[in-house]
Design a protein around this ligand. Structure first.
Ligand code: ADP
Length: 521
């Protein structure tokens, strides 16, 4: 019966005919059931004979509301059947469809204002009981028998029997108001069928739909008992309300399910969009950072190659200088290779070989690599590298790249400003005992509102900028357990500063360098 649902686990998980009920839903179903029970006891007991009178608008309003609710429920359940293809769902949908046909007949035969449009006195009660014979869901044969076509045939039979031939039927209705005691047999049959359906559902009891069908059936089964023995007294009205509740309960559950699914769908679409953006961002970021990092050695290689060519093109070629240029090109090529590997490792979240090092070493190396650029831009360099600092653990290539990036940014910022260009490089122990390196310039400075954004990938204020340098620097420093920050320089420009934790393993063993300042390499 339910094998097709099991074969479609993806869809099956989403619809309430296959979703198991939560604890909260079970509790709510129990509360609704208790509410129905209390109402039933009151309506069938002390209040049943209270005469309310013929509220003229009630029967047509009831019929309309029932018709709408049953039609929408049938359509939604047929919709679920088309997704899950469970025969049990087809039976339930057909049941609702059948009720729609019978409701139309009941409305035509019910004696509104004393007389029905068609049929006779016995037509409405027979139609009423006939529509209450919704077959319990469970068997394939029942499912097929109760397809939409079959329900239409059943409705036609009812039309003939209960409308044209209603005078030959045993009398369920004594007059327009009073029912015959035979009514009880009809009510008992309905109750027995309801109980059978309840048992079938209880045995299956797998889904939210099963749970609420059980609650709905309870209201459905007791309804005929309330409407007996007289129309328009309190019990009769209560019975009609029970009938309406029983029909609209499944509709409410289906509507709730649709809203929940809609919310889930929205969340899933948004999450998918965010994930795609994040993936694009990573792709962009990797491409941009490799381009960014490789640009520097490439520019150096082109400059050296041009110089080498010039040495060779002289009338008496200077082979030593040309050889020197080639050696520089080789060194730059190795550097480019190392940089690419280090960027790849960063995005792969791979821990590259870390060593215990003196932070002044990568700083000095970066300074040496930037020396040409600095002198070309007529930058005065102030160096205050403290000797005897505690060692840090890190990747020397990555740390050198960080300083190189900070120096490159400082040069850019100072080229844009029309003032004396001073670059200050400083290393020291900061207040917390960590090692701090700062790169200060006298450039255009960073606007306060951009202080945080400059570290965001792809943020740049330069026409040819990529906006990756600082993002990479921050990622590297944070991967080393440190922090990178920016602040205004005094009197102008910016200071970029990073701190790194000291290498605990060596700092205890290392005594302060007794020789004081050590030469830069
Ligand atoms: P890019 O250099 O490609 O623009 P970065 O991530 O290195 O990318 O820098 C981002 C932005 O931060 C720069 O465009 C610039 O506006 C600002 N910035 C970085 N360093 C400095 C500095 N020393 N002085 C002024 N602005 C800076």
């Amino acid at each position: 019966m339910e094998t097709s649902a099991a074969a479609l686990p993806e869809e099956g998980f989403l619809v309430l005919s296959t979703l198991p009920p939560s604890r909260a839903q079970k509790r709510l179903a129990l509360v609704v059931l208790l509410g129905l029970l209390v109402t039933f006891i009151l309506a069938a007991g002390p209040l049943s004979h209270v005469r309310v009178g013929d509220i003229v608008v009630f029967p047509p309003a009831y019929a309309t509301a029932m018709l709408l609710s049953e039609t929408i429920t049938a359509v939604l359940l047929f919709g679920q059947f088309s997704i899950v293809r469970s025969w049990a769902l087809l039976v339930i949908s057909s049941g609702y469809c059948f009720t729609v046909f019978m409701l139309i007949l009941w409305t035509l035969t019910f004696p509104f204002a004393g007389r029905g449009l068609v049929g006779g006195l016995q037509s409405p009660p027979y139609i009423y009981f006939y529509w209450h014979i919704r077959l319990p869901p469970g068997s394939v044969a029942a499912a097929i028998a109760l397809s939409v076509a079959a329900t239409a045939v059943l409705a036609l039979v009812a039309t003939y029997l209960f409308i044209a031939e209603n005078t030959i039927l045993p009398r369920l209705q004594l007059d327009v108001l009073l029912s015959n005691s035979l009514w009880r047999y009809g009510a008992a049959t309905t109750l027995a069928l309801t109980l059978a359906a309840l048992v079938a559902l209880w045995v299956r009891r797998r889904s939210i739909l099963d749970l609420w069908l059980m609650v709905s059936l309870c209201a459905y089964g007791v309804e005929p008992w309330l409407t007996y023995p007289e129309r328009y007294n309190f019990g009769w009205y209560a019975g009609k309300v029970f009938g309406f509740l029983s029909s609209s309960l499944i509709l409410l559950v289906l509507l709730y399910e649709i809203t929940t699914l809609y919310a889930q769908l929205l969340r899933a679409v948004l999450a998918q969009r965010r994930e795609r953006e994040a993936r694009l961002m990573t792709g962009d970021a990797v491409a941009a950072s490799i381009a960014h990092e490789v640009n520097q050695p490439l520019t150096g290689m082109i400059a050296r190659a041009n110089a080498g060519l010039r040495w060779l093109e002289r009338t008496t070629p200077d082979l030593d200088k040309a050889k020197n240029a080639l050696q520089h090109i080789l060194a730059d090529a190795h550097r480019a290779g190392a940089v690419v590997a280090s960027v790849r490792a960063m995005f792969k979240k791979e821990a590259r070989a870390r060593v215990s090092l003196d932070i002044n070493d990568p700083v000095a190396e970066a300074l040496a690599l930037a020396a040409d650029d600095l002198s070309r831009h007529r930058v005065v360099v102030e160096i205050a590298l403290r000797s005897g600092l505690a060692r840090v653990v890190g990747d020397p290539i990555q740390l050198r790249q960080v300083v190189l990036n900070l120096i490159a940014n400082a040069i850019d910022a100072m080229s844009a400003a029309d003032a004396t260009r001073v670059l200050s490089l400083r290393s020291e122990t900061d207040g917390d005992g960590a090692i701090a390196v700062s790169v200060a310039d006298t450039g255009v400075g960073i606007r306060p509102e951009e202080m945080r954004r400059i570290f965001t990938p792809l943020f740049t204020t330069k026409s040819g900028g990529m906006g990756m340098g600082l993002a990479i620097c921050r990622a590297i420093i944070e991967a080393h357990g440190g922090e990178l920050s920016a602040a205004p320089n005094d009197p102008r420009g910016a200071t970029l500063r990073f701190v790194l934790p000291v290498d605990e393993a060596t700092s205890a063993a290392d005594a302060p360098d007794p020789w004081g300042a050590r030469p830069l390499r």
